[in-house]
Design a protein around this ligand. Structure first.
Ligand code: PLP
Length: 427
């Protein structure tokens, strides 16, 4: 928003994002004193003068540099919109980044970013497992555009990342290292500092062409994990999950330096993958409670994980706080993340029949895919979210017929445990 209200400090104090979510980037004076940003349901914006229109376009299309303190003028809602500008300013604060861009879905954020940075002849190196849609894009669609891929396994990357990069070099120019950490549903971790170090090393071998480290930060970000501070160049998000947090919208975001966001914004304008103002407004509302929602669900998850760990019908559990002391994974977890978050999987004793019995007998927790909402959800990754992954790959990654994934919400934790207990009693 033009002449926006963007105060980051109070005296010497740098204000925290949770404080800023109620006001940053919005000047009530520009909207009749309205405390909250109105929803700007408009496709286009009226220029004060023809000269203004000309200058706005010059800046939007990169035909000239911005003058000191000049901000982009409002033109058309595929290019920019006040709700999205305020939302993007607020999202960027969580990762202390220059800029955020919002999209119609997590997948449109990811695909627009990869299109902006990959060209025929390039290779993308990615961690496995990753979100099914991202994997489909990388394995099935990008090759049609001349982009090859090589994968490595998260959680074992000290063994697999360097060989994957060696293999990638023989296939072409490495342009992107794409990772998801922690991975879904295994909670396998990728060391972002190591990715950054290897990207620098590859740059020397590729005449300065440095691969970008792009991290899908949906699971723990932006409250518990600042992927950019950990070593990523770009963070991508499905806002559908924790950030919007009420399982009622689909949206995505990309966060990074102004320089790296430029090409992504350009592709977004042309592909038309932006978020709409109403969704943007709903997510602004969500941002006001983001931290307390993530705190409460993480507290609930810790209690439930400890309960399941001691349950006689539970075989094992992939909860990050249970990583062995002194292990490399633990060191990465403690360096990169402030909390284990609230989505994890666990294996019960049995197979598909027993898993289904638990799911079919839940009474409070809903049987649904997705995660990060106020309500708790449980699903069977083997036959649902990861149904597309080869069975032997699933087994290697530890996704079994006995695995259940739980996204813990903000309900009363004793009610949730009572529900899990009665469902487990059915097997
Ligand atoms: C859901 C999800 C996506 C895709 O986001 P949509 O908003 O559904 O398009 C990408 N990455 C991760 C980790 C996800 O959980």
């Amino acid at each position: 928003m033009k002449k926006a209200y963007r105060k980051k400090t109070l005296g010497d104090r740098v204000l925290k994002p949770e404080t800023q979510m109620m006001g940053y980037g919005y000047d009530p004076k520009l909207s009749e004193g309205s405390l909250k940003p109105p929803i700007f349901m408009t496709s286009t914006f009226v220029f004060d003068s023809a000269q203004d229109g000309k200058e706005f376009f010059e800046l939007a299309y990169g035909k000239r540099e911005a003058k000191p303190n000049e901000e982009s003028g409002l033109i058309y809602s595929r290019i920019n919109n006040p709700d999205l500008e305020v939302l993007e300013d607020r999202l960027a604060l969580w990762e202390n980044a220059d800029k955020a861009l919002t999209f119609s879905s997590g997948m449109s954020a990811i695909s627009t970013t990869l299109m902006a940075y990959l060209r025929p002849g390039d290779v993308i190196v990615y961690s496995a497992p990753i979100y099914g849609g991202s994997e489909y894009l990388i394995r099935n669609i990008l090759p049609e555009y001349g982009v090859q891929s090589v994968e490595f396994e998260s959680g074992f990357e000290e063994m697999t990342l360097a060989p994957a990069l060696e293999q990638a070099k023989s296939k072409g120019r490495i342009s992107v290292i794409y990772v998801e950490t922690p991975a879904n549903p295994t909670n396998g971790l990728v060391d972002l500092k190591e990715c950054q170090r290897l990207a620098d090393e590859i740059a020397l071998q590729q005449e300065g062409h440095r691969p970008l480290v792009i991290a899908d930060n949906t699971f723990l970000g932006p409250v518990w994990q600042k992927a950019l501070e950990c070593g990523a160049d770009i963070s991508v998000y499905s806002l559908t999950k924790y950030v919007a947090g009420h399982s009622d919208v689909v949206a995505g975001a990309v966060v990074g330096s102004a320089e790296l966001m430029g090409p992504v914004a350009g592709f977004r304008t042309i592909l038309g993958t932006m978020c709409d103002p109403h969704t943007g407004w709903l997510i602004m509302r969500s941002l006001e409670t983001l931290k307390i929602r993530m705190e409460r669900s993480a507290d609930n998850a810790r209690i439930i994980a400890n309960y399941l760990r001691n349950h006689p019908k539970v075989e094992s559990i992939n909860y990050l706080e249970f990583l062995p002391e002194e292990s490399l994974a633990r060191e990465i977890f403690e360096r990169q993340s402030e909390s284990a978050g609230s989505t994890f999987s666990f294996d019960i004793k049995g197979g598909e029949a027993e898993s289904f019995k638990v799911l079919d007998n839940l009474q409070i927790i809903k049987l649904a895919v997705s995660l990060g909402g106020t309500e708790s959800l449980m699903e069977h990754p083997f036959s649902m979210t990861h149904s597309d992954v080869d069975d032997d790959v699933k087994r290697r990654l530890g996704i079994r017929n006995a695995s259940l994934r739980l996204s813990v919400g903000i309900e009363n934790v004793d009610d949730l445990i009572a529900d899990i207990e009665q469902a487990l009693d059915h097997i």
